[in-house]
Design a protein around this ligand. Structure first.
Ligand SMILES: Nc1ncnc2c1ncn2[C@@H]1O[C@H](COP(=O)(O)OP(=O)(O)OP(=O)(O)O)[C@@H](O)[C@H]1O
Ligand SMILES: C[C@@H](N)C(=O)O
Ligand SMILES: [Mg+2]
Ligand SMILES: [Mg+2]
Length: 360
């Protein structure tokens, strides 16, 4: 009998639209070749307001590729409306959370599925939470000996609450990091809410904007470097893909550059010396294990060619699967087709859930 995969997508996150595009690609791969007989896909869509929808609405969002339009003047949503309708999801054998960003890639959904004793693809609560929060992630990477850019952790309260604190905060950033610096909401992805600041005025605006997305904000020294990524696949013995390099004309790899076809170029395998490639692959595995990721991750790096220095930027425990996303492309170039990749991820999800279950 076919395995029913609960394809969980959408979500309360600034990456909602990206999640829909990733889910479309995964649904196609699960319906192709040998996977078509092996798997039945049951789409489960989480609306931006947190309501879970299975059935025809989820199917139509997946087909159309656009978020569900909320009904004007609809009654206020209650906690009860948000909860998944269990009669519709009772047949699911394993969940594939294709959710990017907060409320999905951050351990929240993983916690719910763990409590329900449901197998799922990807990292558990710890790996998802640590991998999502760029401040916790960087502290973990530092502990694991991974080199990274200098950064400062900032809170929304420092940015918003007290007019005397804010100028001092900006002074500290200027003294300790200087310009250019990158201001980011700690818990987000797809470059949503990220800005490069080259002056005090830009820094102030960037902090205010990042604070609108998250209580936790990170400010980093800006580096001039090549951007290289590595895909990781596996549980306790993860393997690293060949590397990919991204190039673009824009100031940095922002949302539009990421998701508009033709705005970025991908070179896979990345043209870097063999020893550098090996070092980056090792660092990717170290990062994966340091945060306790599982199944899947993409690790992003800066390679400063002039000095040979490699700095880790971040890990993504549920990387994008869109047409311009690197994770499936790097595996394709490493000899793992998209169909094989989603099949492997599901098998790894079953394996992980059988070994992660606590002794009651
Ligand atoms: N410290 C930095 N120095 C130079 N460029 C940076 C720095 N931090 C981020 N960038 C630029 O911003 C982009 C997005 O940063 P980052 O990967 O941290 O964000 P993200 O939102 O988690 O992205 P995603 O999850 O989609 O990969 C980088 O790919 C790079 O182009
Ligand atoms: C989806 C996006 N956060 C990525 O890492 O690909
Ligand atoms: Mg990210
Ligand atoms: Mg990144």
């Amino acid at each position: 009998m076919a395995i029913t995969v609960g394809l969980l997508f959408g979500g309360c996150s600034g990456e909602h639209e990206v999640s829909i595009r990733s889910a479309q690609a995964i649904a196609r791969a699960l319906a192709s070749g040998g996977n078509a007989q092996k798997y039945t896909v049951l789409p489960v869509y989480i609306r931006k307001d947190g309501v879970w929808l299975a059935g025809p609405t989820a199917e139509s969002v997946l087909t159309a590729g656009v978020p569900h339009q909320e009904i004007p003047n609809a009654p206020a949503v209650t906690a009860r409306d948000r909860l998944p309708q269990f009669d519709q999801i009772a047949d699911i054998d394993i969940w594939f959370p294709v959710l990017h960003g907060p409320n999905g890639e951050d351990g929240t959904v993983q916690g719910l599925l763990t409590l329900m004793q449901q197998p799922y693809v990807g990292a558990g609560v710890l790996g998802s939470a640590v991998g999502m929060d760029k401040i916790a992630m960087k502290m973990t990477f530092a502990q694991a000996g991974l080199p990274q850019v200098k950064y400062l952790a900032v809170s929304r309260a420092e940015v918003w609450s007290n007019p005397c604190v804010f100028p001092k905060l900006c002074d500290r950033i200027e003294t300790e990091l200087g310009y250019p610096c990158f201001v980011k909401p700690a818990n987000l992805g797809s470059s949503v809410g990220i800005a490069k600041a080259t002056s005090r005025k830009e820094l102030e605006a960037a902090l205010d904007n990042a604070a609108s997305y998250d209580r936790r904000i990170i400010v980093e020294t800006g580096v001039v470097a090549r951007e290289v990524e590595c895909a990781v696949l596996g549980n306790d013995n993860p393997r690293a893909s060949v590397l990919g390099e991204i190039t673009f004309q824009s100031d940095f790899y922002d949302y539009e550059t990421k998701y508009t076809s033709g705005q970025s170029q991908h070179t896979i395998p990345a043209q870097v010396p063999d020893d550098v490639a090996r070092r980056i692959q090792e660092m990717a595995i170290t990062a994966f294990q340091a945060v306790d990721a599982a199944g899947i991750s993409r690790v992003d790096f800066f390679y400063v060619e002039a000095t040979g220095e490699v700095l880790i930027n971040e890990i993504n425990t549920l990387p994008g699967f869109t047409a311009t996303s690197m994770y499936p492309m790097m595996w394709e170039a490493s000899g793992v087709s998209f169909e094989e990749l989603v099949d492997t991820l599901i098998q790894l999800g079953f394996e992980r859930s059988s070994t992660a279950a606590p002794k009651a």
